[in-house]
Design a binder for this molecule. Structure first.
Ligand code: NAP
Length: 304
């Protein structure tokens, strides 16, 4: 094997659990093992494992409402974790790190869609997750700076929105998980109506979390070091996705009440994946309908 000691931060999260299925030999860590906002904990972790590669998934991650409610925590937690992890990993001689950014770091509006990797710094991110986005932009700048100055291979992948069976189904969930949960609960209560925030017009790419895990492992195994967009090619409105998800849950007869008092967030956020396709020609994308069906079948009996 190319790497003797692989550690995965954020190993207990959705992407970490997807990665465990295809990379069982790595060490998966969570915040209860080491709080990465604390430099002493990071040093303890590096001393214990002496990794030669780190897959850095740990982040404070959440939905639009939580981002608006807790911008200080989104900025500080992510900035601290990333900055300290890269700084001390370099000091411990870690030459390879694969970190996750997010599609929301792109400018709120660009001249041409889908967005290529090179337009990230061409404008401010969307106001609804400005703090999270800027903390992630700093991770990109920090990684590139180390690479230029110190010859490291610190790579950033930029995933679109994700979903999957290991998503959070509590209060601070993302769109697909939150919607599946609402529908399942409504069905169990004999209701035929759900309330959703916003108008449904925003356009998004949503990718099955196992697909991102495949790309992470591919980059690691095949010496792909570039910063890359990782996304599906399906661009759907929130309303279109809602209709598909209702159909999968056998709830197409439900009435949906859209609450336009809430923001839609960025109106269009699709990533171009031509470069990923060139470097990873075998990359297979799970179609949205198929991934949601798989997710629904796995979670439907465990939510209540
Ligand atoms: P997740 O399910 O929310 O998991 C977050 C992980 O980070 C958990 O393992 C958590 O540990 C860990 N963590 C949080 N705070 C920490 C701290 N202070 N110290 C150490 N570990 C900490 O996230 P995910 O959805 O798997 O996302 C993985 C990566 O992909 C993140 O970097 C995220 O920004 C990026 N991403 C996610 C999406 C998405 O839609 N989910 C989209 C684009 C990019 P505990 O379990 O102990 O809390």
């Amino acid at each position: 094997m190319k790497y003797k000691k692989i550690i995965v931060t954020g190993g207990s999260g959705m992407v970490g659990k997807s990665l465990q299925k295809i990379l069982p030999e790595a060490i998966y860590l969570s915040s209860s093992d080491y709080d990465l906002r604390d430099k002493d904990e990071i040093i303890k972790m590096l001393n214990t494992y002496r990794p030669d590669i780190i897959i850095h998934l740990a982040a404070r991650v959440g939905g639009i409402v939580d981002n608006i409610t807790h911008p200080v925590e989104y900025f500080n937690d992510n900035l601290l974790m990333n900055t300290l992890l890269l700084k001390y990993s370099y000091e411990f001689g870690v030459e390879r790190i694969i970190s996750m950014l997010s599609a929301c770091i792109f400018p709120d509006v660009v001249n041409s869609y889908p967005m290529k990797e090179d337009v990230i710094h061409e404008g401010p991110p969307t106001p609804t997750n400005f703090s999270y986005a800027y903390a992630k932009r700093c991770l990109l700048v920090q990684s590139d700076t180390y690479n230029k100055k110190c010859n490291t291979k610190y790579q950033c992948l930029i995933p679109c929105n994700l979903y999957g069976e290991y998503d959070k189904y509590g209060d601070n969930s993302h769109f697909v998980a939150a919607l599946l949960k609402k529908i399942i609960i409504a069905k169990n209560n004999g209701e035929k109506e759900i309330n959703l925030l916003g108008t449904g017009i925003a356009m998004r790419q949503f990718m099955y979390s196992d697909d991102l895990a495949w790309v992470i492992k591919y980059c690691m195994d095949n010496d792909v070091y570039e910063n890359l967009n990782v996304a599906t090619e399906e661009l759907l409105t929130i309303k279109e996705m809602t209709d598909i998800i209702l159909e999968i849950c056998n709830a197409s007869d439900f009435k949906v009440n859209w609450d336009s008092k809430y923001p839609d967030g960025q109106l269009r956020r699709d990533l171009k994946i031509d470069r990923l396709r060139e470097l990873a020609p075998d990359f297979k994308i799970t179609p949205f309908r198929e991934g949601v069906k798989k997710t629904y079948d796995l979670i439907k009996n465990n939510l209540i």
